[in-house]
Design a protein around this ligand. Structure first.
Ligand code: NAD
Length: 489
């Protein structure tokens, strides 16, 4: 039996004991996870520094702070999320108990990516624990040091049988994917996403795919360009452009391209100094394979800002490409690096047409002072999420579902959405062995009269407010039961 198989078996056995289900257990594990993040802050930051050259402040800001926030929210709201959810009744269920009972799915597989290795791996785990599941955690092998810290230290804080960490590369992930899970939660690129879906299909396992894509950014000529460009610069060059929701490219009218370039240049200097290579807040490309891939994208476009690079340290300066053509290399795939192409369009209509010709993106950014322009873009496009007049920060709003659509993924999480995504929302209907007269209309022999009453009960749902409806429905139910009993015998 492989190491991966053993971990899954142990997790399932632990799940079957039922110990992941009581709310006190879930809360204790979540609090332990929070304690891990606080007590091991130093080890976490050191590992990320080695993997991605992220600063300690950057690690807290972009990785662990959000996780703590999610844990605090889950602990506070768990009783409410896990409670039975009463639903609206109709004429046929007026005297019944009708509710949704969230229940754990079982054993969840969480496959993380490398770019925000804590955020994208532990955040689904918070949802899995909160929902009462067991979870096998597979961190990305690309962040070697981070994966090691997760593997070595996490088991000392949370139940290691229910939530084992399994490290390894592609073959280990593939071995995990051969096992039977009750949900697979994958974060990474679309190509591997398809392999995950294929593997999950063999067991009919539901999946969440948190993928990427080219997230467009439309800048309206009437907006405050210095502010818009400062926010875009931050969104693009954080983590050296290796952010799934980074603005991939800018769409703007030719008349403002020069000002956009000027303002982005100012912001790059303000954030990362004249020489970003020596700035502690500027990251590095994860490895040489990605370095070469990103540099090759600049070949057929005009570099307006930046362009410096150093292969030995995987450094690529914050770079802006101007007058970029649709068929240029940089527009063929998600950039996932510090290149920002600008494409000019005649206005918002052309921008919308352009966006709609591509795959549905994970994020869509609009900078405009005009609410009508913002609402028009929202109404006429589709994307995982949309953010007007800022970048990235919708990710941190736990009240919003975070996830893709179409090629950018399926399913969503964060806050209660994580809980619901990793729960089975079980429909429960509890009837009494009374009022049998009402049921006659569905029992054979079927007649026109029975059909008339079936239509009445199923289709009539007067909207009189809660109290009025309840009273009326109660009267209807009693009268109908009497009438039906008399006429259908
Ligand atoms: P990666 O290389 O770390 O791969 C992700 C996981 O897939 C790893 O755990 C790895 O072991 C596994 N994997 C790789 N190849 C595999 C294979 N052939 N079979 C089975 N498993 C395999 O990460 P990546 O894919 O380079 O991540 C970058 C992508 O992820 C970008 O497209 C980015 O937009 C996306 N992303 C999305 C989100 C989101 O929340 N939607 C967050 C972060 C990254």
């Amino acid at each position: 039996m492989s190491r991966e198989q053993k971990a899954v078996e142990r997790a399932r056995k632990a799940f079957l004991t039922g110990r992941s289900k009581p709310l006190e257990h879930r809360i204790r594990q979540l609090k332990n996870l929070q304690r891990f993040l606080l007590e091991r802050e130093k080890e976490i930051a050191e590992a990320i520094k080695k993997d991605l050259n992220k600063s300690e402040a950057g690690t807290q800001l972009y990785e662990t702070l959000g996780l703590e926030g999610e844990i605090v929210l889950a602990v506070k709201k768990l009783a409410e999320w896990a409670a039975p959810r009463p639903v609206e009744k109709n004429l046929l269920t007026i005297s019944d108990t009708v509710y949704i009972q969230p229940e754990p799915l079982g054993v969840v597989l969480i496959i993380g990516a490398w770019n925000y290795p804590w955020a994208v791996t532990i955040q689904p785990l918070i949802g899995a624990i909160a929902a009462g599941n067991a979870a096998v955690v597979k961190p990305s092998e690309v962040c070697v040091h981070t994966a090691k810290v997760m593997e070595d230290l996490l088991p000392a804080y949370i139940d290691k049988e229910l939530y084992p960490v399994v490290t390894g590369g592609v073959s280990e992930t593939q071995e995990l994917l051969r096992q039977r899970f009750d949900h697979v939660f994958y974060t990474g690129n679309s190509m591997v996403g398809k392999l995950v879906m294929e593997a999950a299909a063999k067991h009919l396992t539901p999946i969440t795919l948190e993928l990427g894509g080219k997230s467009p950014c439309y800048i309206d000529k009437n907006c405050d360009i210095p502010i818009a460009c400062r926010r875009v610069t931050w969104g693009k060059y954080s983590n050296c452009g290796q952010t799934c929701i980074a603005p991939d490219y800018i769409l703007c009218e030719p008349s403002i391209q020069g000002r956009v370039l000027e303002e982005i240049k100012k912001s790059i200097k303000a954030f990362y100094t004249e020489d970003p290579k020596t700035c502690p807040d500027y990251g590095r490309i994860i490895n040489q394979r990605h370095f070469k891939r990103i540099m090759a994208m600049t070949e057929d476009s005009t570099i307006a800002i930046g362009g410096d690079s150093d292969e030995s340290t995987c450094y690529i300066a914050p770079t802006v490409l101007k007058d970029v053509q649709v068929n240029s290399k940089v527009m063929q795939e998600e950039i996932f690096g510090p290149l920002l192409p600008i494409l000019t369009v005649s206005g918002v209509d052309e921008a919308i047409n352009f966006i709609n010709k591509g795959e549905k993106p994970l994020a869509l950014y609009i900078f405009s002072p005009d609410d009508k322009v913002i609402k028009k873009v929202i109404a006429e496009t589709s994307s995982g999420g949309v953010l007007a007049n800022d970048c990235l920060v919708h990710y941190s709003v736990s009240a919003l579902p975070f996830g893709g659509v179409g090629n950018s993924g399926m399913g969503s999480y964060h806050g209660k959405f994580s809980f619901d995504n990793l729960s089975h929302l079980r429909g429960c209907l509890i009837k009494q062995l009374k009022m049998e007269g009402v049921n006659d209309m569905r029992y054979p022999p079927h007649t026109a009269k029975k059909l008339f009453w079936a239509r009445f009960f199923i289709l009539k749902n007067p909207d009189l407010g809660w109290l009025g409806r309840m009273t009326l429905l109660a009267i209807f139910a009693v009268v109908a039961a009497v009438v039906l009993q008399r006429y259908l015998q």
